[in-house]
Structures are given as structure tokens and as C-alpha cells.
Ligand binder design. Sequence first.
Ligand SMILES: Nc1ncnc2c1ncn2[C@@H]1O[C@H](COP(=O)(O)OP(=O)(O)O)[C@@H](O)[C@H]1O
Ligand SMILES: [Mg+2]
Length: 365
Amino acid sequence: MPILATVTPQQVLAALGTVIDPDLHKDLVTLGMIKNVQIDGPRVSFTVELTTPACPLKAEIERMCRAAVAAVPGVEDIQIEMTANVRANTGRGIPQQQALPGVKNVVAVASGKGGVGKSTVSANIACALAQMGAKVGLLDADIYGPSIPIIMGVEDAQPTVDEKKEKLMPVERYGVKIISMGFLQPSGSAVIWRGPMVAKAVQQFLRDVEWGEIDYLVVDLPPGTGDAQLTLAQAIPLSGAVVVMTPQDLAAAVAVKAVAMFQRLDVPILGIVENMSYFLCPTCNSRHHIFSHGGGQQAAEALNVPFFGAIPLAADIGAEADEGTPSVVINPDGPYAEAFREVAERVAQAISIGARKFVPLAMAK
Ligand SMILES: Nc1ncnc2c1ncn2[C@@H]1O[C@H](COP(=O)(O)OP(=O)(O)O)[C@@H](O)[C@H]1O
Ligand SMILES: [Mg+2]
């Protein structure tokens, strides 16, 4: 009779100790990502706790774990549970007292100018992260054109007040907690905000919102790089910023300015997204580059920040946003949702890595 090898937790942990997280460059055991190792004869089960449910390497890490443990003598069956626990990254230069209670990461979505699809991208990223299992908030801080209520289909909603806590409760839609500066403005009235006043108001306002537990708070910032934008970006404790641009050359120059603004504020640039990048032909499904090609990629390379991908120019993306149903919500299996999801994963990944890339100021001239 053959002597069956007895599997021990030490052997399993030693095997998993050879699996290196491709992003964090350390093994999973050292990173504290292996939980709940259980052994029942030849059957092994354990949990892998990733740093984000939106991890683009999830399948790859699971495969590596399975292969490592399968090599342990005596193992015949492997059950792996993939979970996630998003870690807080309040970024550089954020005094502890400024951090928002319960909010682990605050991501700004910014652009050098309006009309590049910043709000559309913000809403789709927020919804995609929520779909992947993250706890998500969406703050519409675009005081000049708060369009998140329309895109998220909550135009007629009003946040309620928790009298006991004296807190503002966000409106919830598609699993995302939403607060918009638009909720505070009577519709049709253009509010003329001035920089310092805005910053104070937003800071106070943010503190008055009961976010609860949030992994990612996505902030749709006003476009541009003027004083008002600068003060506003400063008033929010940002973990990092994503810059949205269109493929035209001029837009790249404008995006560089936006990158420089965050650099001045010591806010890490997570990456650049190119929106309305190419035309995806609905009939032949091929890509047509209407504008000059590769501007986002080039800008990212020149600035030494990651390029997060390109979103096609598609009438449906605009129409779906205008109808209050972001593409990832209304058509989660479609090609547009896929493009947005990829960007959302890259954002989550960059936050996990704590990518803190700074651009030399000379670039911004
Ligand atoms: N990828 C896209 N393809 C087609 N239309 C888009 C796309 N992204 C945004 N739009 C449309 O372009 C307009 C501007 O987008 P919006 O998100 O409001 O930009 P911003 O917030 O930068 O001003 C909106 O009408 C929106 O529906
Ligand atoms: Mg907008």
C-alpha cells in the first residue's frame, strides 16, 4: 500500500510564498493576502484577499496559486476563494484630520477643458467599480456644469438629512452613493462661485455628508486649471487623479496643464484616459481613427504617467449618458462597457500600487 503524504498548512504556505504579486513585487504570504488555509486530507482550501475587487490580475493570481499548491505532494483538490479588501491610500500631503471618515480612497477625474467626456467617464468608472464589488461614491464637484444627476438618472432626487447625526445622506443609484453640487443649486440658476469661497463650501459640505464605508470616492472635478479648480482640488483629500483628454493635439497640450496642476498640489497622477478616441463602426465593428491617433498614449509617455486606455467615440455612449443609464449599466456586455471596465480596473490597480508618479514641472511649459 502506498504511503499517502500528509499535507500540512506549512507546506501550503511555503508553496504560496513562491507566488509573487505582479504589481506589488512581493509574495502573497508576505503581503498578508492568504487567509483561512484549511486542509482536509488531500483537499486544500484557502482565501486570497486582493487589494481591490477590480483587480485586472485576479484570474492570473488565482491560476498561479493553484499551480503552486498543486505541486505540493498529496494535494488532490484545491478550492480558492478570491476576495478583496481595499486599503486606504490618503495620498501624500493629506493631513490626517482632513481625510474623510470611512472613505478609503478619493480619485479625482479631471480635464484641461470641458466637453471631453469627463462626467461620462466618471459615472461609468464609478458604476463599473460598484459592479465589480467595490463600495463606491460619486461626488459631482463640477460647480460650473454639474451633470452627474442627469447621467446617473437622479435628476429629481434630493439627498435627505439624517436629523440625529446632522448629516447629509447621499442619493443611491446603480450601487453608487451620489452627491452633486447640482443638488444644492435650484435648477436653472447659474451660481457664480469664487475660488476660495468654493473651496470652503466644498470642504464643509464634504464633511457634512454621511458616506458610510467607501472604497473609492470618484470626484468629477470642474474642467480647467484656473484658480478655482486649483483651490477646489486642494480642498478635497485626493489619493490620485485621472486626466481625461481627447485625441486632438490641442487637447494633449491642455491635458499637460491639468497634470501639472496636480503635480503642484502633490497629488499623484494615476493615469491618462483618451475619450472619443476612435470611431467603432457599429456595422463592421472596425476602428476608424477620425482624429490624429495616439495623442493620449504620446502625452502619457511624454509625462511618464500610465496610459489607461481609449474609449471609442460612439453616439450610444453619449445617448446612454444623457438618458441616465451609463453604458456599463445599460449594456454591461457591450464593447463600450468593456472599454470603461478596463479603465476602471487600471484606476483601481494604480491606487493599489500607490503609484505616485510625479512629472517634472518643466514638462508643463
Ligand atoms: N465616448 C463618447 N462618445 C460619444 N459621445 C460622448 C462620449 N463621451 C461623452 N460623450 C458626450 O459628449 C458630451 C460631453 O461629455 P461630458 O461627459 O458631459 O463632458 P465633460 O464632463 O468633460 O464636460 C456629452 O453630450 C456626452 O454625452
Ligand atoms: Mg461634466
